[in-house]
Design a protein around this ligand. Structure first.
Ligand SMILES: [Zn+2]
Length: 304
């Protein structure tokens, strides 16, 4: 009999779930049927059905528990989610207890970016270190900090919101209320916005801008240089504060790695004497979209 856990990722448009063994082997992976924004009951039913489907495919094996990565703040001791714009009706609802009741299995919630960082630590690019930071560059910038193999949560579970680090005090306004957050300069959304401002086109995706830059368009190239300088500024700060051995970048934007890497490393070096003295590893994450699934599955396995 093999022990396994189920990791659920609520972070994208549809729910995804995977069964993972104690030694990190992914046995099966499925996607839910319901859009994640479809409302509380629809999302919870979809999650329960998906988990039961995975369980049915593994007869005679022992489900240790379920971990759920959620795009919002988690109050761990209460098992509730607060401030998740993609999950209407979840605020202050006892989601953990509700799923536990319906499944009869232990459930642990975690912020989705933290779960991804934990996944990279457990089975990805961070396997050989105990301390790392993962930045996920997508429509926004998510962050997860792993210290001594554990997620750094802070007093209310809100640590690791690295995407809202100020890199330009009077810069672009951000939805969080601040101006000049790094996610306004280095996310896919930021690349599209800069393309619009630079008259490259009104509805260009980050991928469109990437192809323009690869084709030799100088303004498109300058956008990715701005991305690199912005990430380098952030990384210099992180290196100075944490002195970790490894900083990982994941998410769709890393497809443009070769376009922003030179400016990113030059800027990190320019701004951080710790970096210059002893450059840490700054690398692409390796698990892609599965990082959150591995990390979520690891939650019940590690405490059992
Ligand atoms: Zn912000």
């Amino acid at each position: 009999m093999t022990d396994y856990a189920i990791g659920v990722d609520l972070g994208g448009t549809n729910l995804r779930a995977a069964a993972v063994t104690r030694d990190g082997k992914m046995l099966n992976k499925i996607a839910g049927e319901t859009p994640v924004g479809a409302g509380r009951n629809a999302v919870i039913s979809d999650m329960v059905v998906s988990i039961e489907k995975l369980q049915a495919g593994l007869p005679g094996q022992k489900l240790v528990g379920v971990g759920v990565g959620v795009p919002g703040f988690i109050l761990m001791d209460k098992g509730i989610v607060v401030g998740a714009p993609n999950l209407p009706e979840f605020d202050n609802y006892p989601v953990r207890d509700e799923i536990e009741k319906r499944l009869g299995a232990k459930v642990i919630l975690e912020n989705d970016a933290n779960a991804a960082a934990l996944g990279e630590k457990w089975m990805g690019a961070g396997r050989d270190v105990n301390d790392l930071i993962l930045l996920t560059l997508g429509t926004g910038i998510g962050g997860g900090i792993i210290v001594n193999g554990n997620v750094l949560r802070g007093s209310l579970g809100m640590a690791g919101e690295i995407g809202h680090t100020t890199i330009s005090p009077n810069g672009y306004p951000c939805g969080c209320g601040n101006t000049g957050c790094v996610e306004k300069y280095a996310s896919a959304t930021a690349v599209s916005a800069m393309a619009r401002l630079m008259n490259l086109g009104h509805d260009l995706s980050a991928e469109d801008v990437y192809h323009l830059a690869k084709g030799g368009n100088e303004r498109a190239g300058a956008i990715f240089e701005c991305v690199g300088v912005s990430l380098g500024t952030l990384l210099a700060t992180l290196v100075n504060i944490f002195n970790f051995p490894l900083y990982l970048l994941g998410g769709g934007m890393t497809a443009a790695w070769e376009l922003f890497e030179p400016a990113m490393l030059a800027e990190a070096s320019r701004r951080s004497f710790i970096y210059r003295k002893n450059p840490p590893r700054i690398e692409r994450a390796t698990l892609g979209g599965d990082a959150g699934l591995f990390g979520a599955a690891y939650l019940p396995l590690r405490v059992d």
